[in-house]
Design a binder for this molecule. Structure first.
Ligand code: CTP
Ligand code: ZN
Length: 155
């Protein structure tokens, strides 16, 4: 058993999001819309030592199997994350996150004139992923291209 496992114990059933870019666990929860009000046990470990990443964050959500497709959206900020589905203490499914082709409603367009930023009639921002490494998004409304730095600043 390694050090990070000693910090947060194994769970019986649920979802473990592992190898999250360090310091981003709370942003991952935000993207997933998990507030803590749902009632599930949620454990968060930040900046724990990792052989692969140096340091990483881990989020464990008990009693809930998150749909890996929904979880894919976290690739925006945690491109190396893995989603582990746990049943009766066993990892029954392990997947790397994969950025979806379209990102909806998580980041804002940086163009203040964009219709998605209209204060009177706000509409959900929609972006097409035009590059993954490093990430680049194009606004579907105004064509503005957002870089990794533009996205990072919003979290
Ligand atoms: N885990 C857990 N509860 C379980 C089983 C696993 O919380 N009942 C957690 C582990 O602590 C780990 C993650 O789920 O953070 C993945 O578990 P496992 O595949 O056993 O670990 P590794 O082999 O280290 O994973 P990887 O190869 O993805 O690094
Ligand atoms: Zn725009």
């Amino acid at each position: 058993m390694n050090e990070s496992e000693l910090r947060v114990q194994k769970i019986k059933d649920g979802t473990v999001i592992d190898h999250i870019t360090q310091g981003n666990a709370l942003n991952v929860l935000r993207i997933l819309g998990i507030t803590g009000k749902e009632g599930n046990v949620v454990s968060i470990a930040m900046n724990v030592p990792s052989k692969k990443l140096g340091k990483k964050d881990i989020v464990k959500i008990e009693g809930r199997e998150l749909n890996p497709r929904e979880v894919n959206m976290i690739a925006l900020i945690a491109p190396k994350a893995t989603i582990n589905i746990i049943r009766n203490y066993q990892v029954i499914e392990k997947r790397k996150v994969k950025l979806p082709k379209v990102i909806k409603g998580i980041v804002k367009c940086i163009n203040p004139m964009c219709v998605s930023n209209n204060p009177r009639e706000p509409i959900e921002p929609v972006f097409t992923v035009i590059d993954e490494h490093p990430i680049k998004l194009r606004c579907q409304y105004c064509g503005m291209v957002m870089t990794h730095e533009d996205i990072e600043k919003q979290f």
